[in-house]
Design a protein around this ligand. Sequence first.
Ligand code: HMG
Ligand code: MG
Length: 298
Amino acid sequence: RVPDAVSIYEVSPRDGLQNESTLISVDGKRRLIDALVASGLRRIEITSFVSPKWVPQLADAEELARAIRPPEGVTYSALCPNARGLERALSAGLTEIAVFLSASEAHNRANINKTIADTLSVFSEIVPPAREAGLQVRAYVSTVWGCPYEGAVDPARVVQIAEKLLELGCYQISLGDTIGVGNPRQTREIVRRFLDAMPVERFALHMHDTRGTALANVLTALEMGVRDFDASVGGVGGCPYAPGAAGNLATEDLVYMLHGMGLETGIDLEKLLEAGNVAEQVIGRPLPGKVHKAGPFR
Ligand code: HMG
Ligand code: MG
């Protein structure tokens, strides 16, 4: 890893689109993904192999994954909740999947209809075979900064879940502020606990900007050495099973801040802004990202 370089994991085709009620064509999704690749993004979550009844927008996961092949150096990933999801991801030719669960029982139940313990046991049955089949496996822990149903979440519990996921063979744990309620003081506490438990490259932050605190939380983590962040072009997105979870951290806002601070991302901001415009056309409504609206500065 180059010092002063930040790795951005782009989630707009998945986290961004999953909440959109108007169905977007495979061609529209493909245009968005091509524009993201053209901006220099190298890690993109393109879809989910979840139940099409739960997330109708991503029911075309196989068709999309088969229609696009990542250029050299680019990885396409997809969410995968269970053995059926793994089978689908493998048959569609993906090389990376992301398993996901929540740090709070009520959100886990609402999102994937299981207890946390049962979810971990499903993952213990799919992550090792996925690794054997040559896939990289990432993992998400949601509701780390707060749960829409249970409120406060104990960070010690999150570390335990993350350690379990690493043991199973996941290469990185993305910590989600699913409903965008976090603040920098809380972020400092969560990151400190993770730094005590594992190397910094083993975890990433996945912030939603629902209440305007995403970049403040990123900056706090950045100052503590974290170099992996998830973002979504135009600030599109949210979790359909987390009431009020509108708006992922916008990739343009993150890149604008990082480049201004002299950190490298490998992304061309002008081209990223073009990708945001493609996202806006494809989705068919104005997107909330701030740099998306304001444009670059010199
Ligand atoms: P269930 O109903 O408990 O499961 O759903 P089931 O095993 O009884 O299956 C029900 C039906 O779904 C069956 O079909 C299965 O075959 C089918 P039926 O017999 O009724 O016709 N099914 C599947 N179909 C396709 N692919 C599959 C699959 N699995 C079962 N993989 C399940 C359990 C996990 C499937 C469901 O709850 C689900 O799909 N949930 C996904 C919810 C979701 O995608 N949420 C958003 C992503 S998470 C997020 O956004 C947070 C994140 O961004 C981080 C953050 O912000 O914190 C990652
Ligand atoms: Mg999310």
